[in-house]
Design a protein. Structure first.
Length: 240
């Protein structure tokens, strides 16, 4: 069942491994078949070097119960299912503990948009969830993580497709996309931009974020070149 989606998730997983974003058992990737209401997810406790397309589990997006495959879904599946249910358009999610992005998350800081390299990939800062005020509970922690992410977008009224990533306070980055490969690529971009921002602020702690109008101007240029991923900037239309 869902052989093509399993294969796509595995190919995206290989990209995460190749870029050093996951290792051993850490990290999580899933993809959502919206029509069938099923999710392909990495199994828990399986070393990345041992994974094959057939290794991935299929779970119900509604209940989280395993429909096909052996083992338990990777930790974090409850957060993924919450996003699939409540943030329309997300078709794949990647959670990592990549070094620089996790440093920003642990520091409780969003990743600012400091230059056009950042604006090439994300239309503004990479946000962070509010600090949790609940005790860590093994049975409900990731469900609460999902709730925190959804709450951020409900409160901010931001479009999650414009910046397809968020830092979970004290935990690490969660990225998404319209496909497994797109979600994996966004995870790679987040880590790159986290490192660039870290180094930039180390060299010049006083540098301000790129202004909204500069982001808008940059994307107008990108649009004319035919490479802008979207015409929207933080909910505003870019003028032709």
């Amino acid at each position: 069942m869902l052989e093509n989606l399993r294969s796509a998730v595995h190919q995206a997983t290989l990209q995460l491994v190749e870029n050093g974003l996951v290792d051993y058992f850490r990290g999580n990737i899933s993809a959502f078949d919206h029509r069938r209401g099923l999710v392909v997810v990495k199994p828990r406790g399986i070393d990345y070097g041992s994974l094959t397309p057939e290794s991935y589990l299929i779970v119900s997006a509604r209940t989280g119960q395993v429909v096909e495959g052996l083992g338990m879904p990777a930790s974090g599946i409850d957060a993924h299912l919450k996003l699939y249910r409540d943030l329309p358009g997300i078709r794949s999610i990647v959670s990592t503990h990549s070094k620089y992005a996790t440093m920003w998350a642990q520091a409780g800081r969003q990743i600012p948009c400091l230059g056009v390299v950042h604006a090439d990939f994300f239309q503004g800062e990479i946000p962070i969830t509010a600090a949790g005020n609940h005790e860590i509970d093994e049975d409900s922690y990731y469900e609460k993580v999902g709730e925190q992410i959804v709450a951020h977008y409900e409160k901010s009224n931001e479009d999650p497709s414009l910046v397809p990533a968020i830092l979970v306070n004290r935990l690490g980055p969660v990225c998404w996309g319209g496909s497994a490969m797109e979600a994996a690529r966004n995870a790679v971009y987040v880590e790159m931009l986290a490192e660039l921002a870290f180094g930039t602020l180390a060299l010049n702690p006083e540098i301000p974020p790129l202004r909204d109008e500069d982001i808008k101007r940059h994307f107008s240029i990108m649009k004319k070149r035919g490479v802008a991923p979207t015409h929207r900037i933080r909910g505003r239309q870019i003028e032709s």
